[in-house]
Design a protein around this ligand. Structure first.
Ligand SMILES: NC(=O)c1ccc[n+]([C@@H]2O[C@H](COP(=O)([O-])OP(=O)(O)OC[C@H]3O[C@@H](n4cnc5c(N)ncnc54)[C@H](OP(=O)(O)O)[C@@H]3O)[C@@H](O)[C@H]2O)c1
Length: 336
């Protein structure tokens, strides 16, 4: 997967960025080692598989009560059973959520009771080969990755505010760098559909969701940050055909998956999510984009650096004006 791994040159002073002792290969459990989450409540979307499941494991093992938000709660049953057997782990349950359906996000929030300390907006889909629309007419990646999470986070805002110091964590991707949000044609009605442009745009929207929430909800004690987990072979790649996987160098001629040297395991890929969700090392950080367990530099468009290195965040994803505009766009889309 080499299309999105062209890191850029820092456009700002790196020394001001928040760092931690953890590097790119730290695991989710390592980054919250010693952190006690008993009494905290968390929701992880897409928590039944991949990075979401590792996020659930780390938070629950540290004592948090975790709700796995998933299209098919039965899929979470093995994880729920596994964590029920871990001494001291918080209770893990599953609740239905289909992010492509705003009514499902509203129903999830309606069913929620009490404060919510941590919301990890992790679920996502990538590179649908053909333009697919939801019943509302929304492009499916934007609907799932961004609009569904916007609907969920805003509906859960009272619960987040009630927690006092809640954290919203939005899982974006380095793919955001290739695709500013197209306010004129977000659903590819007039421009040719491109699977990666649609994914990248939805991931820019994810960063802007964190920036917008950070701006709007600071008075409620809520912090909001986005992150790039890195490169991890999961079910996310299921829409990519074998020829493309071979071209990316991650599938051999016998059909075996072959991670590139800088790829992470799911446990490592979930680390930055868990750091932002629960570590005191990043307490107070808000409106930022992290990767490899540190705040990422802002990079200039088109800048290129070494393959596999942390690649930074594009200015278009951190722009407060775009965050406000997207918030208004998403609010109007949900009302329509
Ligand atoms: N893996 C990587 O290299 C990589 C790189 C950059 C960013 N990311 C981001 O990391 C996040 C997690 O991805 P992953 O790699 O762990 O892939 P994954 O195993 O496919 O997990 C994605 C999760 O999203 C859920 N999901 C999909 N559509 C949904 C919907 N409409 N409603 C509710 N849940 C839905 C899936 O559940 P179902 O079982 O219902 O499909 C699945 O549990 C994604 O946001 C992805 O964009 C991953």
């Amino acid at each position: 997967m080499t299309t999105n791994i062209q890191p850029g040159t820092p456009a700002r002073d790196d020394s001001a960025l928040l760092t931690t002792p953890f590097g790119p290969h730290a695991t989710a459990r390592e980054v919250i080692g010693g952190v006690d989450l008993h009494g905290r409540r968390a929701v992880v979307t897409g928590g039944a598989s991949g990075l979401g499941a590792e996020t659930v494991r780390a938070l629950a093992t540290a004592g948090a009560q975790v709700t796995v938000a998933t299209r098919r709660p039965a899929d979470a049953a093995p994880l729920v059973r596994e964590l029920a057997a871990v001494p001291g782990a918080g209770r893990v349950t599953a609740h239905a959520l289909d992010l492509s359906d705003p009514a499902s996000a509203a129903a999830f929030a309606r069913d929620w009771r009490g404060p919510l300390d941590i919301l990890v907006a992790n679920a996502g889909i990538m590179a649908l080969p053909t333009r697919t629309l939801t019943p509302a007419g929304w492009e499916m990646q934007l609907a799932t990755n961004h609009l569904g999470h916007f609907a969920l986070a805003t509906a859960l805002h009272p619960a987040l505010a009630a927690a006092g110091a809640a954290r919203l964590v939005v899982v974006s991707s380095g793919a955001h760098r290739d695709a500013p949000f197209d306010f004129d044609d977000p659903h590819f009605a007039r421009r040719p559909y491109d699977p990666w442009a649609a994914y990248g745009q939805s991931k820019t929207a994810d960063v802007l969701l964190a920036v917008g929430a950070a701006r709007r909800w600071a008075g409620d004690g809520i912090t909001a940050n986005a992150l790039n987990p890195g490169y991890i072979l999961t079910r996310l790649q299921r829409h990519i055909d074998d020829a493309t996987m071979r071209a990316f160098g991650v599938l051999d001629d016998e059909g075996n998956l072959t991670p590139l040297p800088y790829y992470k395991t799911p446990e490592q890929g979930a680390a930055t999510s868990v750091l932002l969700a629960a570590s005191p090392l990043v307490a107070g950080a808000t409106g930022s984009y992290f990767e490899d367990n540190r705040q990422a530099p802002t990079v200039r468009p088109g800048a290129v650096a070494e393959e596999g290195r942390p690649a930074g965040v594009a200015a278009h994803a951190l722009d407060p004006g775009s965050a406000d505009r997207l918030w208004e766009y998403a609010t109007a889309a949900l009302r329509a």
